[in-house]
Ligand binder design. Structure first.
Ligand code: ADP
Ligand code: NA
Length: 350
């Protein structure tokens, strides 16, 4: 068995929003009590969709500040910046040679992000999932807390790990670095673990506040579609009060949310923020109007987010503390990555 290890990353692009917080960062915090965790600001991913950024290092610091402000312990765990560990890129190259073009062609995020003129998308955007697999597997990470939008990329990471393990089976055995695991019922002598996505919870995919069929996203042109982590209480209140809903009130049971994506989304957000289940939230609010539920959601969102926001702002005033965390985290991460890469190089034959 591989040692359990949690890994996840967030891109330093645009403002963090409630989807990033509930889908990722809040889970990072919850996992840290019982796990070895590595949380990475993935700046090399940030240049795949847009090459030139005004202040990439400033954005990187602000994501790291959000991690710390949300409660991640950077001494006990590792918080770092992807580009400070070049082994990610090295393993990604090998994975580019493991992954098949047919696999990459199935990635829906590439299709979404590339838009209509796919020929003009960067090669990096196309290869993004291969770098993401390397981010995790260069630490032999086993568990990855992410939002539901990343599910397909994690399946690809498993496919890459499995193909590497099988293609190099004899060499892994000869190297003595392999670990016996079972995949399904098959015993495999593996260099890389099969990563497990951690996607569950009441809000695995937080939807836009303006359109219940689209995910809440940094790239949505409407700022009313998302609650940003740095929004003040008044702005949060305005956005939630204006959130799209249907004319019915809240149902008393889960089944009553079927076919009502906007209502389902707001109940899911409430449940995730309160660490409750949606059924439990409906038991309290069932039969009430949104005019009652929305103010309660505003209060809850403000009470959960404002301490994080304030601490984030404080940390950003003097970035030396964040820079020290990233430097120390980068060094510790690199030591781990170097161990894996020594094994990988031996197996590949470099
Ligand atoms: P974005 O998708 O906002 O550009 P990232 O790709 O850096 O941001 O994603 C950071 C994390 O936030 C990932 O784990 C992703 O799954 C999660 N995430 C992003 N948007 C949402 C959402 N709307 N609901 C839930 N999780 C989300
Ligand atoms: Na994403």
């Amino acid at each position: 068995q591989f040692q359990p290890r949690v890994f996840s990353g967030v891109q330093p692009t645009g403002n963090l929003h409630l989807g990033n917080y509930l889908g990722a960062i809040r889970k990072f915090v919850a996992l840290q009590d019982n796990n070895d965790c590595m949380y990475c600001v993935v700046d090399m991913h940030a240049i795949t969709a847009q090459l030139v950024h005004d202040d990439l290092i400033g954005q990187t610091r602000s994501i790291a500040a959000a991690f710390i402000a949300a409660g991640i312990d950077a001494k006990k765990h590792i918080v770092f910046n992807q580009s400070t560990v070049p082994e990610h890129a090295e393993l990604a190259w090998i994975f580019n040679c493991v992954a098949r073009i047919g696999w990459m062609n199935r990635m829906t995020q590439f299709k979404d992000k590339a838009g209509k003129d796919r020929e003009q998308a960067s090669l990096g955007l196309y290869a993004y999932p291969s770098l993401m697999a390397a981010d995790i597997l260069v630490y032999r990470g086993t568990h990855v807390p992410v939002g539901d939008d990343q599910k397909q990329h994690l399946e690809l990471a498993r496919d890459i790990a499995m193909k590497f393990n099988l293609d190099f089976a004899d060499k892994i055995r000869a190297s003595g670095h392999g670990v016996d695991i079972t995949v399904g019922d098959e015993p495999v002598h593996a260099l890389f673990p099969m990563v497990e996505p951690l996607i569950d919870g009441p809000a695995p995919r937080v939807m836009s506040l303006r359109d219940g069929t689209k995910k809440m996203s940094k790239s949505d042109p409407s700022d009313l579609s998302r609650v940003n982590l740095l929004d003040d209480a008044e702005t949060i209140s305005k956005k939630i009060r204006k959130a799209k809903t249907d004319p019915d009130g809240l149902p008393s049971e889960l089944a009553g949310l079927a076919g009502r994506p906007e209502a389902d989304n707001l109940v899911g957000i409430f449940a995730a923020l309160a660490d409750r289940t949606k059924a439990d939230v409906l038991a309290e609010f069932g039969g009430q109007q949104f005019s009652v539920f929305k103010p309660a959601l505003v209060d809850l969102a403000v009470s959960v987010l404002s301490p994080v926001t304030e601490e984030m702002r404080r940390l950003m005033q003097d970035t030396s503390h964040i820079d020290a965390i990233l430097k120390d985290g980068g060094e510790r991460a690199r030591a781990r990555a170097a161990q894996t890469m020594a094994m990988v190089r031996e197996v590949v034959g470099f």
